[in-house]
Ligand binder design. Structure first.
Ligand SMILES: Cc1ncc(COP(=O)(O)O)c(C=O)c1O
Length: 486
């Protein structure tokens, strides 16, 4: 009998965390258990996940941005079923397959006039690796610039562009690279002036922390890169394909980057795919002769199912008016969250574009609230954001994430098909939790209880970090809380 997926899932039901603990990354399993995020999800549809208890969760993470079109999108599913049933001649390799050509054509058609060619990869990091290689080859320069707090993936090339020391530590030496503060044109100029910089690789909105720079910065970046013959690479792995209310985020500032990387939402959430889009000049410098036809390639790049998922995704983005929808839903999030910024002292800012939204929290003014805030932050920096994310999940069944390590910023990446119902559900839930935070220590005790229960086998009760802080003046041992990621 053929392999029966449903039977395997039923037979081994509930063993997921045990298996990860035993055969995969046990620390991730520990973190999720500690936060009480250990669920057995059985289905995903649109903006929602369902677990084996029949509970429904609003997914405001969308697989780190993969589910732009929501989970289990009918059109993409149908296209993939059809592709499978056609028994396509996939990955012949010594072939130029039609589907890859069509997806390349469709991506070029949606890009600025200078973008003429596409290289397909299997992930965001691989698209960034391609950008690094092509930029270095095209310019015959070594060094790459990246922004503080940047995230471009975790393969070794992309790691050289990572703005977080904790990711890089002990994995070096890496590709020659230099960090510049995000938003600082003078610092950029000082580096570019040296004349050895192949590319400035930058996210149009930073995923870590949802940092946004003004239009003047971007105009300056493009002008400086052109002046010093450095390639401008906008990494749109997260911001691309409508996420920010434009097809590419760089369109907000009318930029014309030399290289654009995309991935995540292009997969429709099904088949891993990435792409590096660039100019004829950069592309052809690498593939300059027949001898060099395979100087950069990847076995699974251009595979038929990824290409079908990409084509079906672009079709659905157009058909469903996804880009405009992301813009209007984003506006609605901002408008409906604004009164909460007024209402709660520790809610400082809502920022971002379209459906890439950052909520920043900070110390309140009122002395009593501030004392409590300080006590919590002494236990572990940015524990407040975690104290919001955890009850959002437990009380309201809403999945969100802390936007980076050690920052009190929560990131929302809703599916772009989200609408008013999802906005209203989130705003009401956040209002409820912030009200608890203003009222007393209950919210922190709730976090402590969840973590203590999750951290110990069988959920035995142990004193929480917050309780220890109260009793030890902030010197209590902190619990592991980090679940932040790009
Ligand atoms: C801007 C950006 N670039 C690159 C990557 C890496 O993509 P992947 O995880 O598919 O390798 C990410 C992932 O979050 C990202 O946000």
């Amino acid at each position: 009998m053929a392999f029966d997926v449903a039977k395997v899932l039923a037979d081994r039901h509930g063993e997921n965390f045990k298996l990860h603990g035993e055969f995969m990354n046990p620390q991730m399993a520990r973190v999720l258990r500690t936060l009480g995020f250990d669920r057995f999800y059985v289905r995903g549809e649109g903006c929602y996940l369902y677990d084996d208890r029949g509970d429904r969760y609003l997914d405001l993470l969308s697989g780190f941005g993969v589910y732009g079109l929501g989970r289990s999108h009918r059109g993409i599913k149908a296209a993939l079923h059809q592709a499978l049933d056609l028994d396509l001649p996939n990955m012949v390799q010594m072939d130029c397959a039609l589907l890859a050509g069509l997806l390349a054509e469709a991506l070029v058609a949606r890009s600025h006039a200078g973008i003429r060619r596409v290289f397909f990869s299997n992930s965001g990091a691989e698209a960034v690796e391609s950008a690094i290689k092509f930029a270095r080859f095209a310019t015959q320069r070594d060094r790459i610039l990246y922004a503080a707090h940047a995230f471009h993936g975790l393969t070794t090339g992309a790691l050289a562009l990572n703005g977080g020391a904790e990711f890089r530590r002990r994995f070096g030496p890496l590709v020659p690279s230099t960090e510049v503060p995000f938003g600082d044109l003078d610092a950029l100029r000082r580096q570019l002036r040296r004349g050895d910089v192949a590319a400035f690789v930058v996210e149009p909105i930073q995923g870590k922390g949802v940092h946004v720079a003004p239009a003047e910065y971007w105009q300056g970046v493009q002008a400086l890169c052109r002046q010093y013959k450095t390639l401008l690479v906008t990494d749109e792995v997260q911001t691309g394909l409508g996420r920010t209310g434009r097809f590419f985020c760089h369109e907000h500032w009318a930029l014309e980057p030399d290289i654009v990387t995309v991935s995540k939402a292009l997969s429709g959430g099904y088949i891993p795919v990435g792409a590096m889009l660039t100019t004829d000049k950069v592309f052809m410098s690498v593939f300059s002769s027949m001898d060099r036809a395979m100087v950069h390639s990847s076995t699974f790049g251009r595979n038929a199912l990824a290409m079908v998922a990409g084509l079906a995704t672009l079709d659905a983005i157009d058909e469903e008016g996804i880009v405009a929808r992301a813009a209007s839903t984003g506006e609605s999030f901002k408008a409906k969250l604004a009164p909460l910024v007024e209402k709660y002292e520790m809610f400082h800012e809502v920022r971002g574009l379209g459906c890439m939204i950052g909520l920043e929290f900070g110390p309140p003014e009122t002395p009593k609230l501030r004392r409590r805030w300080n006590a919590v932050e002494r236990v572990r920096p940015a524990l407040f954001a975690q104290a919001i994310v955890v009850p959002l999940f437990h009380r309201h069944r809403i999945l969100t994430q802390v936007a980076a390590d050690n920052v009190n910023i929560i990131k929302l990446l809703p599916p772009l098909v989200a609408g008013e119902a999802e906005v209203d559900a989130f705003v009401a839930a956040l209002d409820d939790i912030l009200e608890s935070a203003h009222k007393g220590a209950g919210l922190y005790l709730e976090l402590g209880r969840t973590m203590a229960k999750g951290a110990l086998p069988g959920g035995r009760r142990r004193k929480t970090g917050y309780e220890e802080a109260e009793h030890t003046n902030g010197t209590g041992a902190p619990l592991e809380t980090t679940a932040s990621s790009p």
